[in-house]
Design a protein around this ligand. Structure first.
Ligand code: NAD
Ligand code: ZN
Ligand code: ZN
Length: 351
């Protein structure tokens, strides 16, 4: 194993404006008790990174200037803090970015993903757009045997997709995926892998992603040229789907889910909305007896277990979803590509 250097260059949010990243020198962090030091293999670009790039109100309130961002990542353990015996040097790990206290009522009831004292790695504290990072050992999940380490960084968004899907029935169920960004595409493929009876994929006008959805297992792909609610009803004997998942962030799509989910069905919402008060047809929710659920992060660790089962069986077509692999040197171009959207998942490699 190569020796760990004392300093490193990392992409850092330094300037209080759109863009505003510089690649500057930092000390390589030293793992505290209970932490591991990871040498970054790959870090993928998340919608959250785009928010931070655009420096919207949420980012300004949450990301301290000077933070090394990036949270969808994987790498090799090259240092162990005191008391860490769950991991060994050389282990390949993917990161759960929700940092929990493990000692509040939410953590104790098994909901550490919504820990009352939680924070997000690479948002509230330094993350993985640099060559080394530290993380609590419990957040460093061993990657399934045989999985290409270059693919492992997508476990954070794949986990989001599976957590959302499993808010309702999947095996043998009719499922609609609204919004075919990277997470929606992963959800289409995971629904297929988990045995959904019919998968309806909905975007607005991103034909690149609509075509990808078709090859990832969607039975029907629709967009702005279609009457979305009418098409979903027609494809489900007029009933609506069992399980609608909302990944678009569009209030119109949210309303569509309510109108196109069957009586007593499930609407699971991962999206974050620009305006936090989208209009929801509430009487439809009531009279259709819908189960509406907000989804945050991934369950620790049942979502990870489900995901690893699927990855081990090679049921997730990572190769198709991961459309662009670029060098970390090209960080700014990669963000531009993700903003334009002619891509699935964009991954930055460090080697
Ligand atoms: N809650 C969480 O823990 C969590 C975690 C990660 C991401 N998110 C949120 O999940 C969502 C999905 O993330 P992503 O990066 O895959 O999204 P993205 O923004 O890359 O993609 C959204 C897609 O929705 C499509 N779209 C726009 N209007 C639509 C409409 N009316 N109907 C159907 N599709 C429409 C767009 O063309 C685009 O392809 C985002 O809102 C993101 O902020 C939430
Ligand atoms: Zn993310
Ligand atoms: Zn907690």
């Amino acid at each position: 194993m190569n020796e760990v250097p004392t300093t490193m260059f990392a992409w850092t949010k330094t300037i209080d404006s759109t863009g505003g990243f510089t690649r500057i020198e930092h000390p390589v962090p030293i793992p505290a008790a209970g932490e591991v030091l990871v040498k970054t293999h790959s870090t993928s670009i998340c919608g959250t990174d785009i928010h931070i790039w655009k420096w919207d109100q949420w980012s300004r309130e949450n990301v301290p200037l000077g933070t090394i961002t990036g949270h969808e990542t994987c790498g090799e353990i090259v240092g162990l803090g005191d008391g860490v015996n769950s991991h060994s040097l050389g282990d390949l790990v993917a990161i759960e970015c929700h940092l929990a206290c493990w000692d509040c009522p939410r953590c104790n009831e098994g909901n550490a993903h919504i820990c009352e004292n939680g924070s997000i790695f690479g948002v509230h504290s330094n993350g993985a757009f640099g060559p080394y990072f530290v993380i609590p050992a419990v957040n460093a999940r061993q990657i399934p045997e045989g999985l290409d380490p270059g693919y492992a960084s997508i476990q954070d968004p794949l986990g989001n997709a599976i957590h959302t899907l499993t808010g309702g029935p999947v095996k043998g169920a009719t499922v609609a995926i609204h919004g075919l960004g990277p997470i929606g595409l992963l959800a289409v493929n995971a629904a297929k892998a988990m045995g959904a009876a019919k998968i309806i994929a909905v975007d607005w006008e991103n034909t690149y992603r609509m075509n990808l959805a078709k090859s990832l297992g969607a039975d029907l792909v629709i967009g702005k040229e279609n009457d979305i609610v009418a098409e979903i009803l027609a494809a489900t004997d007029g009933r609506g789907v069992d399980n609608s998942c909302e990944f678009s962030g569009s209030p119109q799509a949210l309303a569509n889910t309510v109108h196109s989910t069957r009586m007593g069905g499930y609407v699971n919402i991962l999206s974050v909305y620009g305006n936090s008060m989208p209009e929801v047809p509430m009487n439809e929710v009531v009279f259709r007896y819908l189960h509406i659920k907000g989804i945050n992060g991934r369950k620790m660790w049942s979502t990870w277990d489900t995901m690893h089962d699927l990855l081990k069986q090679e049921l997730i077509d990572v190769d198709t979803i991961l459309t662009h692999r670029m060098s970390i040197d090209d960080f700014e171009q990669a963000i531009d590509l993700a903003i334009v959207g002619n891509c699935g998942k964009v991954v930055l490699d460090f080697n």
